[in-house]
Design a protein around this ligand. Structure first.
Ligand SMILES: Cc1cc2nc3c(=O)[nH]c(=O)nc-3n(C[C@H](O)[C@H](O)[C@H](O)COP(=O)(O)O)c2cc1C
Length: 171
């Protein structure tokens, strides 16, 4: 029986919300776990893996997890980010994550914005490394919102139906 895993890494809850939306849109034998809890990936035919963009890239524990996905396994990646949707800043981490799962079979990607607390932004904006995205992040304050979560559900449904033939490229 085909099994699906939704797994995520989330520091402040945004990616967790998106993971739960993805999970809620799936039918059949499915499990949701954090990446730390995911364990043996052998039983799953499809893995949805989500993470927050951090410092323009993939958080280290996520990098380790993505590299561990067995060869040929179907993988759908999703991320949340403070920067504006569609910007290079938002895309580059997902592009890097796609390279990390090169041995697996990438069937789709999705991303949406995720809020950062004003307190954290004030600190981050003082560092040149974070200036570019932190500047944009103030306007992410309401995300992920219901529309983002609906897009995430549509992504999940696409991957488990039409996604078997094609490749879904999210926002
Ligand atoms: C330390 C730190 C670094 C971040 N770096 C970036 C970044 O480089 N680019 C970006 O678009 N968002 C960045 N963000 C924003 C997060 O990606 C965004 O808030 C995300 O939704 C957090 O997800 P989480 O709640 O699942 O941890 C950063 C946030 C923090 C706290």
């Amino acid at each position: 029986m085909a099994k699906t895993l939704v797994t995520y890494f989330s520091r402040t809850g945004n990616t967790k919300l998106v993971a739960e939306a993805v999970f809620g849109a799936l039918a059949g034998d499915r499990t949701i776990k954090t990446m730390a809890e995911a364990g043996d990936l052998a039983p799953y035919h499809l893995i949805f893996a989500g993470f927050p963009v951090q410092a323009h890239s993939v958080p280290y524990p996520v990098e380790v997890f993505l590299k561990s996905i067995p060869e040929g396994k179907k993988v759908a990646l999703f991320s949340t980010h403070g920067s504006v949707t569609g910007s290079q800043l938002a895309r580059e981490a997902l592009e890097y994550a796609s390279i990390l799962v090169a041995r697996a079979r990438l069937v789709g990607t999705f991303s949406c914005r995720g809020k950062v607390s004003m307190k954290a932004l004030e600190v981050l904006m003082q560092s040149p490394e974070h200036e570019a995205w932190a500047d944009m992040a103030a306007s992410a304050a309401t995300h992920p919102d219901e529309s983002d979560l609906e897009d995430a559900r549509a992504f999940a449904r696409w991957i488990t139906t039409l996604g078997a033939q094609g490749h879904y490229r999210g926002l």
